[in-house]
Design a protein around this ligand. Sequence first.
Ligand code: SAH
Length: 451
Amino acid sequence: MDISVGQKHLVVGVDYTHDGLGVAKIDGRTIFVQNLIIGEEAEVEITFVKKNFLIGKISKLIKKSPDRIQPLCPVATACGGCQFQHVSYEKELEYKKNKVLRAFHNIAHIDIQAAEVLGSENPYYYRNKTIMPIGYDRHRKLIHGFYKARTHDIVAIDQCYIEDKRSSLILKTIKELMTEYSLTPYDEDTLKGDIRRIMIRTSFYYDDLMVVIVTNIEKPVNFETFISALISKHPEITTLIQNINGEDTNVVLGSKEKILLGEGKIKDKLCGLDFNISSKSFYQINVKQTEKLYQKAIELADLKESHIVLDAYSGIGTIGMAVAKHVKNVIGVEVVKQAVIDAKENARINNIKNVKYYEDDASDFLVKMAKAETKFDVVFVDPPRKGLDQKFTETLLEIMPKRIVYISCDPATLARDVALLSEKYTINKLVVVDMFSRTYHVESIVQLTLK
Ligand code: SAH
């Protein structure tokens, strides 16, 4: 069959991709359709034709799934932030579990029989961190929002339904004040403009609230008056930082920062412990679910008082400190300098004496530990999406801790790494934790035990 852009075809949803698109078939060819639910019948318009796949959009829903719900967000489809606002939460969790099981099947060739899924009590308004670009719409009105999927076009929003509600109010004021004080948004093509992005971090347990204004240059005209007005309109802001990023880059924060209000950090609580968090340190974005994640990780670690534990990719030290009271010693390693400074301070404020944090690349550090013949009973790893590097997995196989608890935000790299570790380790348990509700992102924990 000759298939071309603009044609309309009847399809049935049969599957989902790893990034949450619906999958259907036309004449044996695969078509990806946003928002198509498994079992649904729809007329789709072809929008893109490639050799190996097609892309289409729903033009008419013919048989609606009982799992379909009305999205809370009016721009849920246009915005690149959420993928599951149109599906019941129960089905989203099912998708997430299958996504992880499938990654293990396809990548690691391991079939896991059972996985526990820890869903969230409230899958909305959970994000404690917002990073929003500001730009102009067609009428040169200031807008903020997520980038539309696979583009750098901002989809304007008034409010984001997965973020802390306080963030939306502050962003609204920032746009009003930018207009009032003639501050311009950064233009990625011309590399000109005053304000690049706004980052807001809210504390879940305390009233702390951090705003970081990322500017293109150090002294935009009217910037000081703009900041004073913002602070007086939002007394809930406890710390305000100007971050200067003049580079032609997608990286949000530049190296230079000025603290304009407060201490440049916020305090939050996890598993009963206090944590100070700086702008550049990683902090889990869903506090309630992080507590479940850590509790489960601790349970899977089966800790003993005599244990020496490694917390690799330790961030501000949260996992290690949650673990500390159960074991003899914890050693943490983290590559971001400020996060290590935060971790050390956090150990001090919680009066935890049996933890030590090191600033290093996790793999280099593990090699050094192996050379020094340091033995770990349990190793927690919580790497970024790209997973562990080969040097890390090889060294783990050499030093052979009794147990590895692998926390991952990317099932594909998790499966790849577990396949390597399976030479000497058995997978005992897999737990999926829904940290990123209404999006396709999945967090999971795997318990590995030395054979
Ligand atoms: N365990 C922490 C942080 C997890 S996020 C928590 O639960 O909050 C992953 C962390 O790995 C980030 O803090 C990141 O800065 C750090 N990281 C990234 N690459 C690294 C590397 N090569 N070596 C050590 N740490 C690294």
